[in-house]
Write a protein that binds this ligand. Structure first.
Ligand code: ATP
Length: 412
């Protein structure tokens, strides 16, 4: 394995263990697309749930939409994407990276685009949210969903894809409040990085210089991560001024201003946008969790995932598979632990060391083994189990209730 690069090892593990498969693989693939398998789906759900909790639930000022991916093309004309969302190809010729498609049949068919970012669906619903939820400024609208870009050179696994997922917030403020809001979201993004197990100091800020920022942005910070292929953008945080709502007001003819209750004047809210890619986050997590070491004279690979994001929270195993009393007791223990979390795996295949290695490789933080002492062979150990820790391989003898508590505390 030593001759493979870290990225090759991660891509191979991801496929072999059911995290991520290449898209349309049996037909030779489709560049820039990937399909998540069970473990990838669970990891992704955990990442999205923690985002949802920190960016929406735990705040008092957040709303949400789940907007259609297909939108009236006027949305993307107003936002500037039709004219300018392009990358250079040969000789400086510009290529618009929005995917085009058409809606309706025959002569009725009208061309439109697959959304290149989720933000468009938020701005287009700004007035709906105002009219239905009556929020007071400052407030935000968050959304998780797919985005599509016909990237000229998709590459680096989940880093540059043609179909990917974003977790975005558009946070609406009075102009005078933008700096305070910007700092709040900046700090929250760092807290989120830590919450999902990206260690402090592994996410770096890049202050984007004025000449590289969008013309309407007074401040943009790229949050970068050290991928094996270099330090690259993981997430973005931008102050977008009043560009979006002003542009949509002008293009749609619908007034998207709000009333300032103090001055009794109407104004167009300004926007702070924390934008996080789900897939790039997953890649960063896999890269930072991947470990190789030796344990008991054997080389091993493990994922040091934070228990909060680990797809499987624990594995339960009877020491021997051909002893019905052990199997029955282990099943009981599993049911007990599944009260803490549904994803408690079962493995009774092969020797116990092999079972541990299989779980290490997918980042399962705890393995629980049921043996004859659990059944009361040593009466003082009756109803205790061994709990093995993934990173160190150390084991402790605990009651089932204590093991449940360990898991509960680790995934909170
Ligand atoms: P880059 O400069 O790398 O192309 P960007 O600045 O165009 O990225 P944004 O438009 O700011 O990216 O999108 C917000 C977030 O969406 C990014 O920070 C990233 O996490 C994610 N993202 C953007 N493009 C892709 C892609 N092609 N594949 C996977 N994730 C992406």
């Amino acid at each position: 394995m030593a001759d493979l690069t870290l990225m090759e090892k991660i891509v191979s593990l991801a496929k072999r263990r059911g995290f991520v498969y290449p898209g349309s693989e049996i037909y030779g693939g489709l560049a820039g697309t990937y399909d998540y398998g069970l473990l990838g789906v669970l990891l992704q759900e955990n990442i999205k749930q923690i985002w949802w909790r920190m960016f929406i639930d735990e705040r008092e000022d957040m709303y949400s939409v789940d907007a259609a991916i297909l939108m009236n093309p006027k949305v993307w004309e107003a936002s500037g994407h039709v004219a300018g969302f392009a990358d250079p190809i040969e000789g400086g010729k510009m290529f618009n990276v929005m995917f085009t498609t058409s809606v309706g049949a025959g002569e009725e068919a009208t061309p439109t685009y697959l959304r290149p970012e989720t933000a468009g669906g938020i701005f287009a619903n700004f007035k709906n949210v105002l009219d239905s939820m009556h929020p007071a400024l400052p407030f935000g609208i968050g959304q998780i969903g797919k985005a599509f870009r016909n990237e000229i050179a998709p590459r680096d696994f989940l880093f540059r894809m043609r179909e990917f997922k974003q977790m975005e917030v558009e946070y609406f403020v009075k102009e005078s409040e933008w700096k305070k809001a910007f700092e709040e979201w900046r700090a929250l993004m760092h807290r989120y990085a830590e919450a999902i197990g990206l260690a402090k100091g592994t996410v770096h800020e890049l202050e984007v210089p004025p000449q590289e920022r969008a013309h309407y942005s007074k401040r943009t910070i790229d949050f970068e991560f050290d991928y094996p292929f270099g330090r690259k953008e993981l997430w973005g945080l931008a102050y977008r001024g009043d560009f979006d709502l002003a542009a949509h007001t002008q293009a749609s003819g619908v007034d998207l201003s709000v009333l300032d209750e103090e001055t009794n004047e109407r104004f167009i809210p300004h926007v702070i946008e924390p934008s996080l890619g789900v897939d790039r986050t997953i890649l960063a997590i896999l890269v930072s969790a991947y470990r190789e070491d030796t344990m008991g004279d054997e080389a091993r690979v493990y994922l040091a995932l934070d228990p909060k994001v680990a797809p499987i929270k624990a594995m339960v195993s009877p020491l021997l598979k051909n002893k019905p009393e052990l199997v029955a007791k282990a099943k009981e223990v599993r049911i007990e632990l599944q009260k803490v979390h549904p994803w408690i795996a079962w493995d009774d295949n092969g020797n116990i060391g092999k079972r541990y290695r299989r779980q290490d490789e997918i980042g399962t933080p705890f393995c629980i083994t049921i043996d004859f002492d659990t059944l009361g062979e040593k009466p003082e150990l009756k109803d205790t189990v061994t709990l093995r820790h993934r990173d160190t391989g150390t084991q402790e003898r605990l009651t089932v209730l204590e093991a449940a508590k360990r898991i509960r505390e680790a995934i909170r």
